[in-house]
Design a protein around this ligand. Structure first.
Ligand code: HEM
Length: 412
């Protein structure tokens, strides 16, 4: 009873864009101290003291300053060749013999991007095999979260918990062996993995557990999100044939018969940019984010919010609100001709703790989608034309497999 009592908090849901901006840009509101992914299973999936889970202290600021340059344009230009190579591997891996589960296809290639870009891994195959375990962890934890009110019958979830813990143990063991295999004298301290190592040193001592937490966090934050955004993108391409045709035409016009593409070529795909924005508006992968007031409360746009309040920002709600969007429930790429109301489009959150991987994710989504459409036509089983519901497994995703039929384009 006491535990229940002590865990009572005030929860505030913010839906006005000015207040959302004030909350997200504030440096006094912090990330929740208790990560909901850790609360129910005794597991802290996103790693304690990682960039994602640090409430907002000076440690977070130091890490963010160190990591940021790798994710800005200059960092992406440096990593462009790695991503481009993976996009070419993806195009070659596509089979035209039978239907392809788009989410499964993306698992392998999106995780390759993280292995190469963040960890500089030469052999990515073992890393890739762990994405399956990540999917199992997510589904186990989401089962647990959905049934959190049945805490009085813990035995109902003991099997799920056992599986989550065993998979997480395997993922951590893999990262541990990766860390131990690194030759620290040879690691380039100006690379992303170099920065991750630097920020997890105490004096001359490497804090191995914290370093593993950071890597596990990038693994969870950077893979699932992009995989499911690309899956939603293919779903919308197949349902909106005129949009698909416009994108195919744009790719042909911009890429022509160039053999090798440069980073800047992708900046010319303006309609594809708008399409990806609409996918992220209509199918936000993260449905909400939260912040907490400290013990003395917080003034949010002239209104006093009491201490220890959780402030929720519902991304899905604001991105589909009639207050900020015309026909919000319609998938309409053309809406992006006009800029949206500030802070009504926040798939990567916004302000201080916005997604560090935003530009990387947008680049890989654009490169993967355009590379595929350049070489293949796509189609799907007509019975899939009906609405596929979204399901939430920690992140939002398609509620059923999307099977895509690829056909190699004739050389023109
Ligand atoms: C479509 C893809 C992605 C989406 C929709 C997405 C979404 C988000 C959101 C909404 C947040 C903010 C959470 C909050 O405000 O509490 C976030 C934070 C974060 N994301 Fe992403 N993300 C994506 C891709 C990536 C990638 C590719 C990486 C890494 C390579 C990444 C790494 C992170 C990290 C480290 C944070 C924590 C940043 C901080 O607290 O300073 N994300 N992401």
């Amino acid at each position: 009873m006491f535990v229940l009592f002590s865990s009572w908090r005030v929860h505030l849901h913010v839906i006005d864009t000015k207040k959302i901006k004030a909350a997200l840009c504030s440096t006094s509101l912090l990330k929740p101290q208790k990560n909901p992914l850790g609360e129910f299973c005794g597991v802290n999936l996103l790693g304690l003291k990682s960039l994602f889970t640090e409430p907002g202290s000076s440690i977070w600021a130091l890490k963010r300053k160190e990591f940021d340059p790798h994710f800005h344009t200059a960092g992406l230009v440096r990593g462009y060749n790695q991503i481009s190579e993976i996009a070419s591997e993806l195009v070659e891996a596509i089979s035209c013999d039978s239907g392809t589960n788009i989410t499964v296809l993306m698992q392998q290639h999106v995780s390759s991007v993280i292995a190469a870009f963040i960890m500089n891994m030469e052999d990515k195959s073992e890393f890739i095999s762990y994405t399956e375990k990540m999917a199992n962890i997510f589904s186990g934890l989401s089962t647990r979260l959905r049934h959190k009110n049945t805490f009085w019958m813990p035995w109902a979830f003991s099997e799920v918990k056992k599986e989550v813990l065993s998979n997480l143990h395997d993922v951590r063991a893999f990262f541990k062996s990766f860390v131990l295999s690194l030759n620290f004298d040879e690691v380039n301290l100006n690379s992303c993995i170099g920065s991750i190592i630097k920020t997890n040193m105490e004096g001359d001592n490497l804090m191995i557990d914290l370093l593993i937490n950071e890597l596990v966090m990038f693994f969870f934050a950077g893979i699932d999100t992009s995989i499911h955004t690309i899956s939603f993108a293919f779903y919308e391409l197949l349902r909106n044939k005129e949009v698909l045709t416009k994108i195919e035409r744009e790719i042909k016009l911009v890429f022509g018969d160039k053999q090798s593409l440069e980073y800047n070529d992708f900046n010319e795909l303006k309609y594809l940019d708008d399409f990806i924005k609409e996918v992220l508006r209509y199918h936000p992968i993260v449905s909400s984010v939260a912040r907490e007031t400290g013990p003395s409360g917080f003034i949010l746009c002239d209104k006093y919010i009491p201490g220890n309040t959780t402030v929720h920002i519902n991304i899905e709600c604001v991105q589909k609100s009639e207050r900020f969007w015309t026909d919000p429930l319609k998938f309409k790429v053309e809406r992006w001709i006009e800029p949206p109301t500030p802070f009504s489009f926040i798939p990567f959150s916004g302000g201080t703790r916005s997604c560090i991987g935003k530009k990387l994710a947008l680049l890989e989504i654009k490169m993967f989608v355009s590379s595929i459409l350049r070489k293949y036509t796509i189609d799907f089983d007509k019975s899939d034309l009906r609405e596929i519901p979204t399901k939430n497994v920690i992140t939002n995703r398609l509620g059923k497999d999307l099977i895509v039929y690829f056909k190699r384009r004739e050389q023109e």
